[in-house]
Design a protein around this ligand. Structure first.
Ligand code: 5AD
Length: 371
């Protein structure tokens, strides 16, 4: 069945207007939804291949100076036990990922900007690169950092240490929503400035938004997608909003979980159709709303999965939202099941490769051509 929205054959889908993007996001009839998702998966196959990349995610600290109104690890949540893994613990988990052939890791933590934190992260990145060079991975693990808004100097230090990708979610491109979701000292302007810094340093840049969060409309999400395209980003990590009982936004009404899950899946499909050759992660938040949520994300065009490799003892305190899964995905049973599901979708896991987005080469070639 063709998509319910008439898109002239001659017009690339990536040229969809925000209004057209919004119409796609608003498709809810089952046949239309199925067609949209099928087309998105085919676009992923065409532009990124049938391969899914694993990025072991190491949530190395939940100490956070931010006070986002939606997040469970916000600094005002005094009930939370705070933790910080040691360099040796992080290294052990990264080496484990390399031995499994994961190819890349993501280091994620709460946001701190003090000198000792920046030193620590740079040292850890360097140590991981050194410890994970093998004949199969001669340049060591690919490293993605996700430690929030930092100074140019900090970003440069992480880059020099060997980190080549950075994820900084914008959360929403709407200035009004951003203000309602964050305290006044956290600004959209600074986040945008940070994304510009990251790009100018040479990182592969990822961003993303929460989906189905309070007061957010499909028009807001459509504007987010158009902005992703305008920014020429390489990676997208986004997922459904899930309330956390100790965060102020938990008091605000949102759609039921099933509706937020469907919207998040449709958003993945639409982002795939608009951006085409970027990496899109099927995130943990999808799995929180449905045990097979990540696999559904892959079926809608995502091509990256981030298995949890933080030790379960710590992970229980990395509570961004309620009911975050605590599975130990270093357990071979989970790996086998995940691999099986990926095969059932007609996809395969790309072991021992970084799995950079095809978009990176295209973007760089375009830049060289223009220079
Ligand atoms: N629901 C969904 N995602 C959340 N995040 C933080 N809190 C929540 C929540 N309640 C996401 C944000 C942040 C990332 C680390 O986790 O998008 O960037």
């Amino acid at each position: 069945m063709p998509l319910p929205l008439a898109i002239p054959e001659t017009r690339p889908k990536s040229a969809l207007s925000p209004g057209q993007i919004r119409s796609l996001l608003e498709i809810t009839d089952p046949k239309g939804v199925a067609a949209l998702r099928r087309e998105a998966r085919q676009a992923a196959d065409r532009h990124c291949g049938h391969t899914v990349f694993f990025r072991g995610i190491i949530e190395f600290s939940n100490v956070c100076n931010c006070d986002c109104y939606y997040c469970g690890i916000r600094r005002s949540n005094r009930k939370l036990t705070r933790y910080q893994l040691t360099r040796a613990e992080i290294l052990r988990q990264a080496v484990w990922c390399a031995r499994q052939g994961f190819g890349s890791v993501i280091l994620q933590s709460g946001e701190r900007r003090d000198r000792s934190f920046v030193d620590f992260v740079a040292t850890v990145v360097r140590a991981i690169k050194q410890a994970t060079r093998t004949p199969l991975l001669p340049d060591g693990l690919g490293i993605t950092l996700c430690v929030g808004e930092q100074s140019r100097e900090a970003y440069e230090r992480f880059f020099e240490a060997g980190c080549h990708r950075y994820l900084l979610r914008i959360e929403t491109r709407s200035p009004t929503l951003f203000k309602r979701w964050h305290p006044a000292d956290q600004t959209l302007e600074n986040r945008l400035r940070c994304l510009t810094r990251l790009r100018s340093i040479g990182y592969q840049v990822g961003t993303g938004v929460m989906i189905g969060a309070p007061w957010q409309t499909t028009a807001d999400l459509a504007a987010d997608v158009a902005w992703f395209r305008e920014q020429d980003v390489d990676m997208i990590g986004m997922g459904p909003y899930i309330p956390h009982h100790a965060a102020p936004l938990a008091a605000c009404a949102v759609d039921p979980p099933a509706v937020r899950l469907e919207l998040a899946l449709t958003m993945i499909a639409v982002v795939r159709l608009v951006l085409r050759d970027v990496n899109i992660a099927a995130t943990t938040a999808l799995q929180t709303l449905d045990p097979l949520g990540r696999e559904q994300g892959l079926a809608c065009g995502a091509n990256v999965i981030m298995p949890q490799v933080t030790s379960p003892g710590c992970r229980k305190d990395y509570t961004l939202y309620d009911a975050k899964p605590g599975d130990d995905e270093t357990d071979p049973i989970f790996r086998k099941a995940l691999e099986g599901h990926i095969r059932e979708l007609g996809l395969m896991v790309g072991y021992n490769r970084w799995g950079d987005a095809p978009h990176v080469k295209i973007r760089e070639a375009r830049r060289e051509g223009a220079a």
